[in-house]
Ligand binder design. Structure first.
Ligand SMILES: C[S@@+](CC[C@H](N)C(=O)[O-])C[C@H]1O[C@@H](n2cnc3c(N)ncnc32)[C@H](O)[C@@H]1O
Length: 294
């Protein structure tokens, strides 16, 4: 949704834009073209491997298009700590900020992380692999009702109790679920397949575990509260979300806060052409708001 993001943020030459979820740097490069030569794009990513890939992409860009590369700086940092990167850049306020909350293609094909569950991988699911519990560890430590609640709350999965029971049964038999395919197969045995078969029954459970392991909703909530301190009055915030729990938080924050004026009453959706070319875009919802002047 590159064009829709640019339309929402209206980047202009000389502006400072924070890309809170740098990923492969596609949006960052697009935004950098609009703010160059004097503006800045401050990219953040919580995944140090994404940052390492981003840095090598930027050093190649420095050879191909030095003026464009010079506009972009990259930090390994969660977007809810954006003030750290702004302080390091001596930037009091940004003109705009983007959060693109999904997974990057690199993460989905990485067989050490467990994000793309069609590939055999350890059940990790952490964006930041330097801290916190992996999903496999979480499934080892939580009680059966805690696992069921987590899968119900963060995955909106009706069969959460059945899944939790099977997971704990395996634990008791001393063969806990440790890999993506073990978990996906267990969930598929617990959940009847939907009639239209368009979504794998394991999707909701993996979403729930990823949200829990990374505290994704808590981090988004904190960022929504703090973003008005990072963005100047009249500046813009655009958020691309990929499931209803995230979209609900964004919608509420833009509607209820007296510091934001929503630019989108209904979320902007990708075009049919984009969904056809990139099926992962199907669930994307873009909302944007302007920071009110006080
Ligand atoms: C969908 S990708 C972004 C793709 C990017 N917009 C592009 O054009 O290539 C989402 C990225 O956000 C990162 N991420 C997830 N949670 C984060 C957080 N709390 N802070 C910073 N980055 C985060 C992920 O590691 C991933 O690289």
């Amino acid at each position: 949704m590159a064009a829709e993001v640019v339309h929402a943020l209206q980047p202009k030459a000389g502006q400072v834009i924070v890309d809170g979820t740098f990923g492969g740097g596609g949006h960052a490069c697009q935004l950098a073209k609009s703010v160059m030569p004097d503006g800045r794009v401050v990219g953040l990513d919580r995944d140090d491997q994404a940052v390492a890939r981003g840095e090598s992409m930027l050093s190649q860009l420095a050879k191909d298009d030095p003026a464009l590369a010079a506009v972009i700086t990259l930090y390994c940092c969660s977007y809810h700590d954006a003030e750290r990167a702004l302080a390091a850049e001596s930037i009091p306020h940004a003109d705009a900020m983007l959060l693109d909350l999904g997974l990057s293609s690199d993460q989905l094909v990485d067989t050490t992380r467990g994000f793309g569950f069609s590939l055999e991988a350890p059940l990790d699911l952490r964006f930041d692999t330097s801290q916190g519990m992996t999903a496999a560890e979480m499934l080892q430590r939580l009680s059966e009702p805690e696992i069921a609640d987590l899968i119900y709350q963060f995955g909106e999965e009706r069969y959460s109790r059945r899944i939790a029971r099977q997971l704990v049964q395996r634990r008791r038999q001393r063969r806990p679920v440790r890999t993506t395919t073990e978990l996906a197969d267990l969930v598929r045995r617990c959940v009847p397949r939907s009639k239209n078969h368009d979504i794998d029954p394991a999707t909701r459970t993996f979403q729930a575990l990823r949200i829990a392991v990374n505290r994704e909703l808590d981090i988004l909530q904190q960022a929504l509260q703090k973003a008005c301190d990072w963005i100047r009055p009249g500046g813009r915030l655009a958020i691309l979300s990929f499931h209803s729990l995230e979209d609900r938080l964004v919608k509420q924050a833009f509607r209820q806060s007296d510091r934001w004026e929503a630019l989108t009453r209904k979320p902007v959706r990708p075009t049919d052409q984009e969904c056809h070319d990139n099926p992962r875009a199907r669930s994307a919802k873009l909302r944007a708001a302007i920071r009110k002047t006080e």
